[in-house]
Design a protein around this ligand. Structure first.
Ligand code: AMP
Length: 196
């Protein structure tokens, strides 16, 4: 049977989570679930969720947990993801991580890879400002970037410790070239123990 992956891509904004998740998603043929991308689509479509999320996303604040939790219940539907998934941008708070565990316990599943892309603050600011020129994301301006980094440090970093204590955390130096990082990320996936 094909090995399953239930993976979390973790790291500050601008660490390369989206880029590496796409590569791994193509390589392993598992869905890449990006909560930021889902929210941006909802905002573009002016759905109720999108309207609610907009003010938080534009300021670089976290969208309330209850919105994200509802979204993940739908996205992780196992019939759509028989070989697992790669989560990019979720969980971002301890309550989200605890919710994910509860949801997975009900499904007899567990996370088997939490991959931390380690990149310094000065480098992520540089990368995000470059992305602002290329992609024009509304939340890639200097003020919002600083806020997103502060939110990351205060609300999201505790999640790193949570997965460290579970023994599934793997750290990769994300400051190098895309290909070098990808090689290490792939190696980490190959070595990961199979999930439940
Ligand atoms: P990202 O594309 O992952 O950088 O996410 C962009 C923005 O979407 C974040 O700054 C938050 O406003 C919102 N967002 C994405 N994922 C989450 C999450 N798990 N919890 C709360 N807000 C989120």
């Amino acid at each position: 049977m094909k090995k399953q992956f239930r993976a979390i891509m973790f790291g500050p904004p601008g660490a390369g989570k989206g880029t590496q998740s796409k590569v791994i998603s193509d390589w392993l043929q598992i869905p890449h679930i990006s909560t930021g991308a889902i929210l941006r689509q909802e905002m573009a479509d002016s759905t109720e969720m999108g309207k609610l999320a907009q003010e938080f996303v534009n300021k670089g604040e976290l969208v309330p947990d209850k919105v994200l939790i509802g979204m993940m219940k739908t996205s992780l539907d196992t019939s759509k993801c028989p070989h697992g998934w790669i989560l990019d941008g979720f969980p971002r708070t301890l309550p989200q991580a605890q919710f994910l565990d509860t949801l997975l316990t009900d499904l007899d599943q567990e996370v088997n890879v939490a991959l931390f892309l380690n990149v310094s603050t000065s480098l992520v600011v540089e990368r995000l400002l470059k992305r602002a020129d290329l992609e024009g994301r509304a939340d890639d301006n200097e003020e919002t970037i600083r806020n997103r980094l502060s939110v990351y440090e205060h609300q999201t970093l505790p999640v790193l410790k949570y997965y460290g204590e579970k023994g599934v955390l793997i750290t990769v130096d994300g400051s190098r070239s895309l290909d070098e990082v990808t090689n290490d990320v792939k190696e980490a996936f190959e070595k990961a123990p199979p999930p439940l």
